[in-house]
Design a protein around this ligand. Structure first.
Ligand code: BGC
Length: 782
């Protein structure tokens, strides 16, 4: 009895001691962030600064089967510190929708997400209101599946058409990239969940992406590779930024003070959280498992890379040692912790939000179906081949991809959607009859080949290179028969790519022999019967078109249009929707016309360690237009089922002071309703500095204009829109002289132009001297 009383007493004392201790520890959300940081032990700091690791990492598979994660298939999240009330939060990819595992063990529910059009497809709509709507739909899925941050948008510049991840990105132009990203962020974050703009910055290739050293001039960094991020960060304030893998002028992006402190924090005033890309700062994925191998955690911390993702044991040990031995700047550590904690405080997790696991997938299917049609680009439409409204005869459907449409790319940019509507299904849904013999031969052929390819990919893991399924051989006699029995031929050309691998020049950028043969055979046979051939491009990036486009009657660039793809294409083919997308990049005649062709993906060719951005600022149309290189389809190009006239260009004033307003009237002069993308280019004086012949400085899209109807669009040009970066002065300067505003339907199809004058040079912004080249490199000059 006595003994029991004693025990009880001990328990009570111990218990109240523990309680007192717990009460003493400040709790996140109750105490101030600084009090929480002050209460942290070095071990706890490290727990928060370095992510919890990536279980099942061995082959870089997602977290499937991990019992410990809240959302199966999440890409990661921060570690918790229970004592201080700091919870784990959840990050998931990005960017074509939410990438999580659709099924969980011993659980009958499904967790499919909507596969929206890929980044390039969205951007090609040039419609920021539409992108914001897409963002809202995506954001609802993020929130309702219990995720705090979507690892998107991705807005690296299309420096070269072979980049395997261009499909995730928006454009060769920073203004388009920045504006589209802003709209996307605003849409998602309207649900009080976060985004992560990535990959900051200059992650323009996949070959040796973790280690390649990109030599880039400061001017090209500022005008081309950073500008889109600058716009997105200033206009939309993403909760987080993800640093790129690559080095910039000798320093890893994740350890780059110029990038993260001087530019991002000090110049742009960014207050959010910065995290690495997964294992950023390691020279390669293989190195992560090597004993003793660790990224330079001190440099990463001191450069303001707040959080190392997904985190490794070695990084934790190295950082703990550095903190304990006073080898890392305490102020930097505390500032990083502050960013992380302030981020956590905003999350639904901290709010204890009760997510439903039941987002409105049905409504979002409509959103993606519609968004995809707006991003489709009509490249060619001879004699009004499209819209094709004849539903009485049969359509002869060729090309493997017609029967197995590609919704989006691979790798972390993939989405686990419940279904993808093929072109076959989409055309049938729209009431077209499809040739049955072709369907009967194609369907099993494609099914068997796809299963084989999917098995291979599953065995090789998330980051394996995609292999295109060779086209089913077509006997000439069979095609001739079909040309007699069908009314029209539709051929789909498909491409897929993704993380870790760049695309190839042959049999990828250029069509394969099998594809050329298919186009030739089908076109010859159908044209002999006086029937038309329509090509659908189900691709994620630029391909060669000049050598074959004359052989066919219409070319519709459908991109990788998301899970409703077949329906979306059918909406355009049938004329339910008038395509209004325009190219956000140049389609060159020849790969070697690309200004970066000789310097991609770097040297030595068999294992590139360095890449020289010798084209400088002359990326995409800035090069093609300035140096008069004729493209197959230029930046900004896209046809419509109707026609538009531009008139009444007017300025608010003829001499520039703080800004100038430019307006133009656009009239639909054709026979069907349509929308027009209006592009505002500016040619600037170039006495102080060489400049591109013109640069996109604003754009807009009309509402749906009925035939005969007009709309006046007004654009505001500010001093920064006239300025170029003058390296010698570390400043953005608008040079005095005459400026020409060119309003066009594309970068080469200028409809109307007008000059204004700037009386004196304006130094728009003085900035830090950054990004010194680590080698001697001449860049291209005009
Ligand atoms: C990709 C990122 C992605 C991350 C997490 C990396 O390999 O580069 O874009 O967000 O993995 O999945």
């Amino acid at each position: 009895m006595k003994m029991n009383k004693l025990k009880l007493l001990v328990f009570v004392v111990l218990g109240s001691l523990q309680l007192a201790n717990a009460q003493k520890a400040p709790q996140l959300g109750k105490a101030s962030v600084d009090e929480v940081i002050q209460a942290m032990t070095p071990e706890e700091k490290v727990e928060l600064l370095v992510g919890p690791g990536m279980p099942g990492y061995a082959g870089l598979v997602p977290l499937e089967g991990e019992p410990d994660v809240r959302v199966l298939g999440q890409a990661g999240g921060n570690e918790e510190v229970k004592r201080l009330g700091i919870p784990k939060t959840v990050f998931a990819d990005g960017p074509a929708g939410l990438r999580i595992q659709p099924k969980r063990q011993n659980n009958p529910n499904t967790y499919y997400a909507t596969a929206f059009p890929v980044g390039t497809a969205l951007a090609s709509s040039w419609n920021t209101d539409l992108i914001e709507e897409v963002g809202k739909a995506m954001g609802e899925e993020v929130k309702e599946y219990g995720v705090d941050v979507l690892l998107a948008p991705a807005l690296n510049i299309h420096r070269n058409p072979l980049n395997g991840r261009n499909f995730e990105y928006y454009s060769e132009d920073p203004l388009v990239s920045g504006k589209i990203a802003s709209a996307y962020i605003k849409g998602i974050q309207s649900h009080d969940v976060g985004t992560s703009v990535k990959h900051f910055a200059a992650n323009n290739q996949e070959t040796n992406r973790l280690s390649v050293n990109a030599h880039i001039s400061e001017r090209a960094m500022r005008e081309i590779y950073l500008r889109g991020f600058e716009i997105a960060i200033k206009e939309a304030n993403p909760w987080t930024v993800m640093t790129a893998y690559n080095k910039i002028d000798g320093t890893y992006a994740s350890a780059n003070e110029d990038l993260l402190i001087k530019v991002l924090r000090n110049e742009w005033g960014y207050k959010g959280m910065v995290m690495t890309d997964w294992f950023g700062g390691y020279p390669g994925f293989a190195a992560i498992n090597e004993k003793g191998s660790v990224s330079d955690v001190i440099a990463q911390m001191e450069a303001g890379n707040d959080l190392l993702m997904p985190g490794t044991k070695a990084q934790k040990e190295a950082l703990l040692k550095a903190i304990k031995e006073g080898k890392v700047d305490v102020a930097a550590i505390d500032s990083n912790l502050r960013h992380i904690l302030n981020y956590i405080l905003k999350t639904p997790t901290v709010e204890n939000y009760k997510y439903s696991d039941n987002p409105d997938l049905k409504a979002h299917a409509e959103v993606t179906r519609n968004a995809a049609t707006e991003g489709m680009v009509l490249l060619k439409n001879k004699e009004k081949t499209l819209p094709y409204t004849n539903k009485s005869g049969t359509v002869a459907l060729f090309g493997n991809t017609s029967y197995d449409f590609i919704a989006g790319g691979t790798g972390s940019g993939d989405v686990n959607e419940a279904y993808t509507v093929s072109l076959l299904e989409g055309l049938k849904n729209a009431g077209y009859s499809i040739d049955q013999d072709l369907e009967k031969t194609y369907v099993p052929f494609v099914k068997a080949a796809t299963e084989k390819e999917m098995k291979r990919r599953a065995a090789e893991g998330l980051l394996t290179a995609v292999q295109r399924i060779p086209e089913m051989p077509l006997a000439k006699e069979m095609v001739t028969e079909k040309a007699v029995s069908s009314e029209v031929a539709v051929i789909t050309i498909g491409r897929n790519a993704g993380e870790q691998h760049d695309r190839k020049i042959n049999n990828d950028f250029y069509l394969g022999q099998d594809e050329i043969k298919m186009i030739n055979t089908v076109s010859d046979a159908f044209h002999a019967e006086g029937k038309k051939v329509i090509v659908i491009l189900n691709i994620g990036g630029v391909i060669e078109t000049a050598s074959w486009k004359d052989k066919v009657d219409a070319v519709l660039l459908a991109w990788q249009p998301g899970q409703e793809g077949g329906n979306s294409v059918a909406d355009v083919i049938s004329g339910v929707k008038n395509p209004s997308g325009k190219l956000t990049m140049t389609f060159p005649i020849d790969y070697n016309n690309e200004p970066s062709a000789a310097n991609f993906p770097g040297v030595p060719a068999n294992d590139p360690k360095e890449v020289f951005y010798k084209e400088g600022i002359y990326v995409g149309y800035r090069y093609f237009n300035t140096f008069n290189v004729k493209p197959s389809y230029e930046f900004g190009f896209g046809e419509s089922y109707t026609k538009f006239e531009y008139s009444d260009i007017a300025f608010s004033n003829n001499n520039f002071r703080d800004e100038i307003k430019v307006s133009v009237k656009v009239t639909n002069t054709g026979n069907v309703a349509g929308k027009e993308v209006v592009q505002v280019y500016v040619s600037a004086p170039s006495k102080m500095l060489d400049k591109p012949s013109e640069e996109l400085r604003a754009f807009g899209k009309t509402k749906l204009l009925q035939p005969g109807k007009s709309q006046k669009l007004t654009f505001t040009l500010k001093a920064k829109d006239l300025a170029s970066f003058v390296d010698a002065k570390s400043a953005w300067i608008a040079e005095k002289g005459t400026y020409t505003v060119k309003i066009g339907a594309s970068s080469l199809d200028i409809k109307t132009a007008k000059n204004f004058n700037l009386a004196n040079d304006i130094t728009v912004e003085k900035v830090n001297n950054t990004f010194d080249l680590d080698v001697d490199m001449e860049t291209l000059k005009n």
